[in-house]
Write a protein that binds this ligand. Sequence first.
Ligand code: BGC
Length: 390
Amino acid sequence: MKKKILSFLLAATMVMGLATGCGSGAATTGGDNNSGSDASVASNDGGASGGDVQVGIVLPTKDEPRWLQDQKQFETILGDAGFTNQVLFSQGSSATEKTNVETLISKGIKVLVICAQDGAAASAAVEEAKNAGVKVIAYDRLITGTDAVDYYVTFDSFAVGAAQGQYLIDNAPSGSNVPLYLFAGAATDNNAFIFFEGAWSVLQPKIADGTFKIANSSEAEALKDKAELSREEIGKIIGQITTDWDFNVAKSKAEANLTAVGSDMKGDVLVLAPNDGTARSIADVFASDKDVSSYVVTGQDSEKASVQYIIDGKQSMTVFKDTRTLAADSVAMAVDILGGKEPATDSSYNNEKIDVPAKQTAIVVVTKDNVKEALIDSGYYESSEFTGLK
Ligand code: BGC
């Protein structure tokens, strides 16, 4: 497998060299990573200041470990293969994101890989890229309302939400009216809708038949008999339960929820937390409430801190989204694009304007039972990065 990736990368180097008019020597960069000097910039441009950058990558924020994992994979894969590349972070701002895209266009990128801060707002930035002849790959988050997205590389986000919901079902305390707390991601992120849709697809029958009782969303409660929700309906629910993907918002929302409910909504509870960062904040709040006897809480991303939480029994599960695969898939697409070949895709996502050809990657559920196998044996983390791992 590794061999296959390496030979593909070698071919990739040659194609990129040809496509940009660089010889292979020029394309072989020294892995000069400047990430330390500027909070939002990391580059691997072989020291060619102001020189050509072949692939530009824009990621949403450095403040969540998830995106640092992606940065690392891009720099490793592209750097090892000798691509000149630059990773820029938008730090939660669509305006910074647009400036980042403009900066990369001015450096001559041929392919832009972008994970949007706000899926709708990013359309303006990618339209500029398209007008400059740059091919656009939406990375992990779909960009909506524009035809300027050429491809989408993503995990199976519906499966992420469904796995979270199913975990809650499989690990629920017995009885009926089990309190269920729902939390979601940012309403500006298309994924937040898909994650929730996936979770709802499995949780809804249990809510409808009275096994679970929603503790913190009157909108979800009002829709409990509907198996399939429209985007607008999901939007209403997310309006109440959003964390904005922000640890602090998640924490205060969980605190406010626990203050608002009666004692019948405490005891043994279930918590749908959308990702690891928010899961840790929410778990800490539930753990410190003396009337909550036990909680089952979901997550996703397999962030190091959450893996430790899982080992310590403070978070119940996470979803492993192997950023090595997603970054490699994006690079493979870039190579095909630059070589004039149609990249391989296996699905498509409608972005409210066009059907964007997509390449999807499967996800893996991680619990205390398979954490070693999924994350250590696969080489994603070192066992020395954790304590108490058996
Ligand atoms: C990603 C998640 C991530 C979340 C917050 C989503 O779009 O798919 O992996 O946890 O954004 O950054």
